[in-house]
Design a protein around this ligand. Structure first.
Ligand code: G4P
Length: 283
């Protein structure tokens, strides 16, 4: 579900659904995109998820800079969150989550035990902005072996719980959070990772900003990917032109196809072909 357009009505509806669903769970598993962990969060989740155990998953960690993944783990852990680095697509890191859920819900489990309530499963839901990998994660976390528990009395009709084991149940539909567009950098980073509609920014502008960032933070990556040379003071627009020549992006009459090269650069970044890159650093 890439490229989502948000209107105030969507946000109100998403928020209302989230408020309802969150009441049903003990722990909120929040996915963020490891390439832009701050921009891909929505601060409203802190308010919505207060009084709940919280786990943050740095998803798409395979596309992000491994050193920065570690830095982000420390950042979130220092702020009291349980946090894990995962790749929902391959399932890497996903196995460790069950243990972390138990850890995050230890107080609740102890409280239940003191009250004589034994074997009540912990209930969890997955939340995140569009395209962070919520559905992919639910599939890989629940796997094929899972059993749906069906509707339960007292639970809104239609809610399905996936029983992962006797100690853990997961709501089968994720909570969709809306991005916070107001901040320009947030909008730019979300566009770069492909979480918001491309039409919000022109592809050539996106490629231009991406090139400027990569040249500063990941020198040599573009040169290697596109087999080009980038003189020190070169304008990013001229770098796009070099990519056009190197990758033979031409329009009729040998005119350079700037849009084609721009789209290639943005896609290559999104698919990790330029390298493992993180747009944001903690701090
Ligand atoms: P959502 O429910 O939060 O909206 O996200 P969804 O699971 O649909 O995932 C969005 C895209 O991100 C999908 O790619 C999915 O395969 C990819 N994805 C999810 N988790 C990871 C991860 O950890 N690493 C990588 N590299 N990609 C991940 P898509 O382009 O929509 O489909 P496809 O390319 O998989 O066919």
């Amino acid at each position: 579900m890439a490229n989502y357009q948000w209107y105030p009505g969507h946000m109100t509806k998403a928020k209302r659904m989230m408020q309802e669903d969150i009441k049903l769970v003990d722990v909120v598993i929040e996915l963020v995109d490891a390439r832009a962990p701050l921009s891909s969060r929505n601060p409203d989740i802190d308010e919505l998820g207060k009084n709940k155990s919280r786990i943050i998953l740095l998803n798409k960690s395979d596309l992000a800079d491994p050193i920065k993944n570690k830095a982000w783990m420390t950042y979130f852990a220092d702020r009291g969150s349980h946090v894990l680095e995962i790749n929902a697509k391959t399932g890497s890191g996903v196995k460790s989550i069950q243990g972390v859920v138990q850890e995050a819900c230890r107080e609740k489990i102890e409280r239940d035990r003191r009250r004589g309530i034994l074997n009540r499963p912990v209930r969890a839901m997955v939340v995140g902005i569009p395209n962070v990998g919520k559905s992919t994660f639910i599939n890989s976390f629940a796997g094929r072996a899972c059993a749906k528990t069906g509707n339960k009395p007292g639970v809104t009709k239609g809610k399905q719980w996936i029983r992962l084991n006797k100690g853990l149940e997961l709501l089968d539909t994720p909570g969709i959070l809306w991005p916070k567009f107001e901040d320009q950098t947030v909008g730019l980073h979300l566009a770069m990772i492909g979480s918001i509609n491309d039409e919000i920014m022109h592809l050539d502008e996106l490629a231009y900003d991406l090139i400027r960032f990569l040249r500063g933070e990941y020198p040599g990556f573009l040169e290697k990917r596109y087999d080009i040379e980038i003189p020190g003071e070169q304008d990013a627009y001229d770098t796009i032109k070099s990519v056009c020549v190197s990758k033979k992006c031409y329009l009729k009459g040998e005119k350079l196809d700037i849009m084609k090269a721009s789209s290639m650069i943005v896609d290559d970044f999104r698919n990790g072909k330029i390298g493992r890159i993180t747009l944001e650093i903690p701090g």
